[in-house]
Design a binder for this molecule. Structure first.
Ligand code: MG
Length: 261
C-alpha cells in the first residue's frame, strides 16, 4: 500500500510539473509571437511626450517587448557621435558643421537634448535580453561607431544598416562578423541578394515598394542565408502582408499597435 501511495504522489508531482512547464511554454510563445520581428523606427516615439531618436523613445521601445529599435547616427564637427535623422537641425544649422558644445543648447520638440551615441549605448546596457539596437549610419566614421559599441560591450546587441555603400563595405571590411544590412529605396539603388551575399552582407533592408516590386528577393535572400527587413510599414494589414511574404523583420512607426496574428 505504501508503495502504491508513493507511486501515486510521484505521478501527481509529475503531472503538476508538466502543467507548469506547459503553461510557461504557452506564455513564452504568446509573448514572442506578439511583436516578433518588429523594429521600432527611430525608437517608439509615436507616443505622448517622446520624440524620434531620443533617450525616451529608446526607453519606450525597450519596454514594449519588440525585437529592437532603429536609430540614426551622425557626427559633429569635433567628432562626437549623436542621434539625429536629418543633416540639419530645425533651426537650419548642419550637425556636421557644429561642435558638440554648440549642440547642447538645442532641444528636441519634446524638450529633450539630442542624445549622444554613448548615452544611447549606456541605456542599451539595461535593455531586455535579446533586444537589438539597429544602428543606421548616416554621416559618421564607422570605426568610431564600432569602437563605441565595443567599449560598452554591446557587440551582440547591435546590427548595422546604411544607404551608403561605402559605409556598409567599410563595416564589413572592419569585421566580417558584424551584422550589416544594406538599405535601398528602389531597384536603381538596390543590390540583388546574390550580390549582397558575395559582398559579405548579413541581410537586406529594403523599402516596402521595392519588396513589393521584387517579392522573389525574399525567398532568394533566405536561400542564401540572408536576413530580410522591410521599412517603413505603418499599417497592420501591410505588416501582415510582408510577414506572409516571409520577411524576418518589419520596421514601423506603430510598434505598439501591431499584434501578430
Ligand atoms: Mg533611419
Amino acid at each position: 500500500m505504501a508503495e502504491q501511495a508513493v507511486i501515486l504522489s510521484f505521478y501527481r508531482i509529475m503531472k503538476q510539473l508538466f502543467l507548469v512547464v506547459f503553461s510557461c511554454f504557452l506564455l513564452l510563445s504568446c509573448q514572442t509571437s506578439k511583436h516578433s520581428g518588429i523594429i521600432a523606427h527611430r525608437g517608439y516615439w509615436n507616443t505622448e511626450g517622446s520624440h524620434e531618436n531620443s533617450l525616451s523613445s529608446l526607453k519606450n521601445a525597450m519596454a514594449l517587448g519588440v525585437y529592437g529599435s532603429e536609430c540614426d547616427v551622425r557626427q559633429t564637427k569635433d567628432g562626437v557621435l549623436v542621434l539625429f535623422h536629418n543633416s540639419r537641425l530645425d533651426d537650419g544649422r548642419a550637425v556636421a558643421e557644429l561642435n558638440f558644445e554648440q549642440l547642447t543648447d538645442y532641444r528636441l520638440p519634446n524638450g529633450e537634448a539630442v542624445p549622444t551615441f554613448d548615452e544611447i549605448l549606456r541605456l542599451m546596457q539595461s535593455a531586455p535580453k535579446g533586444f537589438k539596437l539597429i544602428i543606421e549610419v548616416k554621416e559618421a566614421d564607422v570605426r568610431k561607431i564600432v569602437e563605441a559599441v565595443e567599449r560598452f560591450g554591446l557587440q551582440k546587441s547591435v546590427e548595422y544598416i546604411a544607404f551608403g555603400r561605402n559605409h556598409c563595405l567599410d563595416l564589413i571590411a572592419l569585421d566580417k562578423d558584424l551584422k550589416v544590412s544594406y538599405l535601398a529605396a528602389n531597384e536603381k539603388n538596390a543590390w540583388s541578394p546574390k550580390e549582397l551575399k558575395d559582398k559579405g552582407f548579413y541581410g537586406l533592408d529594403y523599402s516596402a515598394s521595392l519588396l513589393r516590386a521584387r517579392p522573389e528577393w525574399v525567398k532568394e535572400a533566405h536561400k542564401l542565408g540572408l536576413d530580410v527587413n522591410v521599412w517603413t510599414v505603418n499599417k497592420s494589414e501591410d505588416i501582415e502582408f510582408f510577414y506572409k511574404l516571409g520577411v524576418d523583420k518589419v520596421t514601423t512607426d506603430i510598434p505598439a499597435v501591431y499584434k501578430r496574428k
